[in-house]
Design a protein around this ligand. Structure first.
Ligand SMILES: Nc1nc2c(c(=O)[nH]1)N[C@H]1C(S)=C(S)[C@@H](COP(=O)(O)O)O[C@H]1N2
Ligand SMILES: [Mo]
Length: 326
C-alpha cells in the first residue's frame, strides 16, 4: 500500500511555526515570565540526546581522526554539532525531525556493503574493514535540503571514486544504484500505517556523477563515527544536489546500464526528480527555492546554483537543460 499524502515532504515553515507557537504557550503555562526558560529547556534536550549517546544509541561513537582537506571551502560557519544531530530526515524512523529519539533499535554493527553489477571485481565489504583501508579525509560541505533548510558540517569519509576504482566498472556501466537497509523490526516507518512497497530507500547517480571528486561516502561527522540519525554506518554526500540524493545507511551499490528508479521520484513523481541539482530559480511545486534557513541560527541565506559547487560539477550538465534541476 502506498501512502502518498503522508509521505510528501512537508513545508517546514508551517510545522516549525506551529511548534514554536506551542512552545510559547507551554512556556507561558510554566509561568517562567522574566526567567528565560528557553536555554534551560534546550540544555535539557541536549543532555537527553548526549546521554543516549553514552547510554545506548551511540555507544560505538568513536573518534575518526582524518586529515582535513581544505580544497572545499565554506562561505558560512559550521553548523552547531547538536543542532545538526537533532534535526534530521530519516523517513524509515519518523517523518518528524527528531529522528534521534527513534533510532535506539537500529543495529549498525556488523554491517556490510555489497558492490555488484557491471563491475569486474564485485565485492562485499565489511564496514570496519572498509573504514580501515580507505583513505579517510575530512571535508566541510554545505548541505541543502529540498525543504529549504541548510547546514554546513565536517564529514569524515572517502571519495566514492576510490571505491569505484577498487571494483573496476565494466565498459557497459552508465549509472550507479544505491540501496539502504530493509528492517521492519528496527525501523518503525517500514511497518504499520507508513509502510510502502518502495522500501528500502534507493537512489542513483550517473557514473560521471558518482566519480566526480565531490561525491563522498561519509562514515563520520564532526570527527566521530556517524550518529545513527545521520545515516550510520555509511552514507552518500552529494553537496550540489538536494539532500534526498544523499542516501543513508547504505547496504548495496550496484553498477547498471540505465537510469535507476529513485525512492522520492516513485513516491511523489511530480515533486522530486532523478537529477535534483540545487537551483534557486526552479521552485518546488509547493514552495520557493530562493532562500534557505541555516540550522542552529535560523539565519536566511540566498540559495546558490549547484549549492555553490558549480566549478566542480557544472560541466556535467552541458548543454544545460531544465530537467537537470528536477
Ligand atoms: N535512507 C534514507 N536516506 C536519506 C533520507 C531518508 O529518509 N532515508 N532522507 C534524505 C534527506 S531528505 C536529507 S535532507 C538528508 C538529511 O541528512 P541529515 O539528517 O544527516 O542532515 O538525508 C537524506 N538521506
Ligand atoms: Mo531533504
Amino acid at each position: 500500500m502506498t501512502t502518498r499524502k503522508r509521505f510528501s515532504l512537508p513545508a517546514n515553515e508551517l510545522t516549525a511555526e506551529a511548534v514554536f507557537r506551542e512552545r510559547r504557550t507551554f512556556l507561558k503555562l510554566l509561568g517562567f515570565a522574566g526567567l528565560n526558560a528557553w536555554p534551560f529547556l534546550q540544555a535539557c534536550s541536549n543532555f537527553a540526546m548526549e546521554s543516549r549517546e553514552l547510554g545506548g544509541t551511540l555507544v560505538n561513537l568513536k573518534t575518526l581522526p582524518a586529515r582535513p582537506n581544505d580544497r572545499y571551502r565554506l562561505d558560512r560557519p559550521l553548523t552547531d554539532r547538536l543542532a545538526a544531530a537533532k534535526y534530521n530526515n530519516f523517513y524509515e524512523f519518523t517523518s518528524g525531525k527528531d529522528v534521534w529519539r527513534y533510532v535506539d533499535q537500529f543495529v549498525t554493527r556488523p554491517w556490510q556493503v555489497a558492490v555488484s553489477g557491471l563491475v569486474k571485481k564485485p565485492q562485499v565489504f565489511a564496514i570496519d574493514e572498509l573504514i580501515r583501508t580507505m583513505p579517510l579525509e575530512e571535508r566541510s560541505y554545505r548541505h541543502r535540503c529540498v525543504e529549504a533548510w541548510a547546514m554546513a558540517v565536517p564529514w569524515t569519509g572517502f571519495p566514492l571514486a576510490e571505491l569505484v576504482k577498487r571494483v573496476e566498472p565494466q565498459s557497459g556501466a552508465t549509472h550507479v544504484r544505491f540501496l539502504s537497509f530493509l528492517r521492519r523490526d528496527q525501523a518503525p516507518n517500514q511497518r504499520g500505517v507508513f509502510s510502502t512497497d518502495l522500501w528500502p530507500y534507493h537512489e542513483g547517480l550517473t557514473l560521471a556523477e558518482a566519480t566526480n571528486e565531490l561525491t563522498f561516502l561519509a562514515v563520520g561527522v564532526y570527527g566521530k563515527e556517524l550518529p545513527k540519525q545521520h545515516g550510520a554506518p555509511i552514507r552518500l554526500v552529494t553537496p550540489w544536489k538536494y539532500g534526498f540524493k544523499g542516501i543513508k545507511s547504505i547496504v548495496a551499490i550496484e553498477f547498471v546500464d540505465h537510469q535507476p528508479p529513485t525512492f522520492w521520484n516513485q513516491l511523489v513523481p511530480d515533486e522530486y526528480g532523478f537529477w535534483a541539482n540545487v537551483n534557486p530559480d526552479m521552485p518546488h511545486p509547493r514552495w520557493s527555492q530562493q532562500t534557505e534557513r541555516l540550522l542552529g541560527s535560523d539565519e536566511q541565506r540566498q540559495t546558490v546554483i549547484f549549492n555553490g559547487y558549480g566549478e566542480f560539477v557544472a560541466h556535467l550538465y552541458q548543454p544545460p537543460r531544465r530537467e537537470f534541476f528536477f
